[in-house]
Ligand binder design. Sequence first.
Ligand code: 13P
Length: 288
Amino acid sequence: MGIVSLEPMLLKAYKNGYAVGQFNINNLEWTKAVLQTAQELNSPVILGVSEGAAKYMTGFKVVADMVKAMVNSMKITVPVALHLDHGTYEGAKLAIEAGFSSIMFDGSHYPIQENIEKTTELVALTRKLGLSIEAEVGAIGGEEDGVIGGGEVADPKECKMIADLGVTILAAGIGNIHGKYPANWKGLNFEVLQEVNRITKGVPLVLHGGTGIPDEMVKKSISMGVSKINVNTECQLVFAAAVRKYIEAGLDLQGKGFDPRKLLAPGVEAIKKSVKEKMELFGSVNQA
Ligand code: 13P
């Protein structure tokens, strides 16, 4: 099947009241774990790649080629999108050139007029190529790969202005934060989400910062137009904990336990378990 645009996948989710997970990938193990789980659960899936992760994997082209080859060699038949996460204006163009099927242009830190101008240009480019584009209004809190957001709550009128540019999906800050949520977190702002959904009707919404949001809030957000939920930190945490446990048990010192394929296996299994739980929570199982 190859990699696909987000548009049909997320319009279907929006219409039918579930969300598709975006799981950020860091390497081959991550990619394999997410793809395997999606196939096992017959769920559509979005592989998210930040510019930092792409740099770590030595470039957008390496990532695009790896993902396409793995989708092929693993005989993946569920829809898979390869999506640039929090792309810059320049990065978005490079990811498109390298063969990504979808981009996010994060212009939330620009004044709204500049966000509109740059988003307009990238909408035209992606539309011409049959790719999908996510735009953002109201920076997501916390830090991800050097992209720091203040956790703003988006202005629904600005959301409408960006949605009207023809973006495929829209990320609106509603108090969500990348990484772990602080103990005094106020929760998601559902009033704003409801208003954004009302005035951008027809455009699926994106919830960033999917790690640590209580299940009930996740479900409520899906009922208010959220059709894509991004998860990154959670997979990192469970991977690290599982590999730590393996090493602390001294298993790397037994026989060929130092073999990276053995050493990283518990981490991969932990990612698969988390991805499965999220797909079940989001309702994307059997929606391929
Ligand atoms: P978390 O790292 O909090 O899961 O957020 C992921 C994300 O929003 C990627 O854009």
